[in-house]
Write a new protein. Structure first.
Length: 262
């Protein structure tokens, strides 16, 4: 029972840290209220919106303020803020007869596909018609083609190992690059035990100096124990402590043990 209690404790700690709500367009009915943003390199368009239920009365008129909180793009030798940083657009909306609210925010053209990395964060604030704040949600999108994150579940060595490899990180970095590793575990001790999911939380942070534009980092290599079911997910974020910009990111998942069909 100790591993179960530890999972519950860590999940509670992670809940205190909070989580960034990242979403994609979805049917509002029956979903919790969330913001979403899509950065489509195929069309070079950024689109945003909110959808779901957030507890206001049905058929209520609202205003949704969409603000570009931050955004960066990177080439092999440089990075910069996106021009739209700080811009705000307000859209009128109205909840449905069931209390759902779906409002499309801004749509913007940007040559995402021309860069090695692109990220953007939007905050959507729902207000009543008098301007009072009802609720607020944030979402982010990332497009990356110079960073690879791998997660290996190895039964032979009884380890789970996370690794990041990056190329064309050629911008001068006097302080190196920060790599932040977030981690989540889903586990089930036996067929009769409940499934526990540890919420995403920061596991490790490292500083890496690019060599000829190449970076490599082992986020962790942790001992693993066979369970009825166990999977891991990691998220890695590369940023510059010199400029404060995010320059790369990636995520990976692996299943260490699964005896559900044995």
């Amino acid at each position: 029972m100790k591993p179960v209690r530890l999972s519950v404790l860590l999940a509670a700690v992670a809940g205190l840290l909070g989580a960034l709500l990242v979403g994609t367009p979805a049917s509002a009915a029956g979903t919790s209220f969330h913001a979403w943003i899509s950065c489509d390199a195929g069309t070079n368009k950024i689109t945003t919106g909110v959808t779901g239920q957030y507890g206001v009365p049905a058929n209520t008129a609202v205003k949704v303020e969409f603000k570009v909180e931050s955004g960066y793009y990177a080439t092999a030798t440089a990075s910069a803020k996106i021009p739209a940083t700080g811009s705000v657009i307000t859209v009128a909306g109205k909840s449905s007869a069931t209390g759902d609210l779906t409002v499309n925010g801004y749509t913007r053209d940007f040559p995402i596909s021309g860069y090695l990395f692109y990220t953007e964060k939007v905050t959507a604030t729902v207000k009543d018609t008098a301007g009072g704040i009802l609720t607020s949600r944030s979402a982010s999108c990332n497009y990356d083609r110079h960073t690879t994150v791998t997660l290996t579940c190895d039964h032979d060595t009884q380890t789970i190992t996370a690794r990041l490899d990056g190329a064309q990180y050629g911008e001068a970095q006097p302080m190196g690059l920060d790599i932040k590793w977030d981690r989540s575990t889903t586990s089930q001790a036996s067929a009769t035990d409940p499934v526990f999911t540890m919420q995403r939380f920061t596991w490790a942070t490292h500083i890496v100096t690019p060599v000829n534009g190449t970076i490599t980092d082992v986020g962790f290599s942790s001992p693993a124990t066979d369970r009825y079911y166990q999977s891991q997910t990691v998220w890695a974020t590369v940023s510059s402590p010199y400029t404060g910009r995010t320059l790369g990111s990636g995520t990976a998942t692996c299943v260490y043990s699964d005896h559900r069909n044995d």
